[in-house]
Design a protein around this ligand. Structure first.
Ligand code: DCC
Length: 237
């Protein structure tokens, strides 16, 4: 969804304990992210691969001793803001999240990022699906920063040149136009030479179920006046 753009309507009982848990969850995700990268790149032989596989299987069982049945949805973080920790682009708990870290700028957001071997499409290049996913997330975050958390209705991506793995890339997203619950956004990914590798135009729409639950946007910070009788945002449709 967003990287903490929205204030949660639910109070946090023990923010300090939750912050410590979040730190541990983030550490695990980073460690597993290194495991994913190492799994892709290792040239170890069969005995070592068999040994590591057995150890990973044991660790998986340990984690699943206490695990949620289904997906995480949207949760309240220790800082009292809503986050989707499983988001594959920026989720703190997701090992494959690059992660994308957004900075506000005039009219939108900017994100610097770099993708490694696990994201390879054409040799040495970022897979086109991940290029689109980065644009989707950055443009979607720009829309959310406007105070309106929309779902992608369309994302028209143009691939201008290869987006290289292992390079420092910048993705910018901005709002071009807002029409009621529809937010039109555009953005691009730029390589270290300043060349645009891919660009996109997107429409984000606040879905009907969210319009009812969110109530009325009260400002650009993503604060909402809930409708009468509502206590907050439903985590799932
Ligand atoms: C707490 C929040 C969490 C929010 C959580 C945010 C998570 C963001 C995650 C990153 C982004 C994603 O990956 S999002 C995941 C990928 N996207 C999705 O799964 C979306 C799937 N599609 C949908 O759910 C739906 O089609 C919506 C929400 C896009 C629209 O449905 P709706 O809510 O019923 O809206 P509806 O009344 O039909 O349409 C509203 C207006 O938009 C127009 N419209 C509808 N679709 C289109 C379209 N494709 N192209 C042009 N225009 C369109 C209609 O003509 C209408 O215009 P008018 O008559 O008013 O003029």
């Amino acid at each position: 969804m967003t990287d903490g753009t929205f204030v949660s309507p639910y109070p946090v009982e023990d923010p300090q304990s939750l912050a410590e848990l979040e730190r541990a969850q983030g550490d695990l995700a980073r460690a597993v992210g290194r495991l994913v990268d190492a799994t892709v790149r290792t040239r170890q032989e069969r005995p070592v691969l068999d040994e590591v596989t057995a150890r990973v299987d044991t660790l998986v069982e340990r984690l699943l001793e206490q695990a949620q049945e289904g997906p995480l949805g949207i949760e309240t973080s220790s800082d009292g803001r809503l986050r989707d920790h499983a988001n594959p682009m920026l989720g703190m708990r997701n090992p494959i999240a690059p992660p994308l870290v957004m900075t506000d700028d005039e009219g939108g957001v900017t994100c610097t990022f770099s993708l490694g071997a696990a994201y390879e499409g054409p040799p040495g290049c970022v897979h086109g699906g991940f290029v689109a996913a980065v644009l989707d997330q950055v443009l979607g975050t720009a829309a959310a920063r406007r105070g309106v958390p929309g779902l992608t209705a369309y994302l028209n991506t143009t691939y201008r040149r290869p987006t290289l793995l292992g390079t420092d890339l910048v993705c910018r997203g901005r709002i071009d136009r807002v029409d009621g619950w529809k937010i039109f956004a555009s953005g691009e990914i730029v390589d270290p030479q300043g060349e645009v590798t891919a660009e996109a135009e997107a429409l984000f729409i606040v879905p009907r179920w969210a319009r009812e639950h969110l109530g009325t946007p009260t400002g650009d910070a993503g604060d909402f006046a809930p409708p009468a009788g509502e206590t907050g945002v439903s985590p799932t449709p």
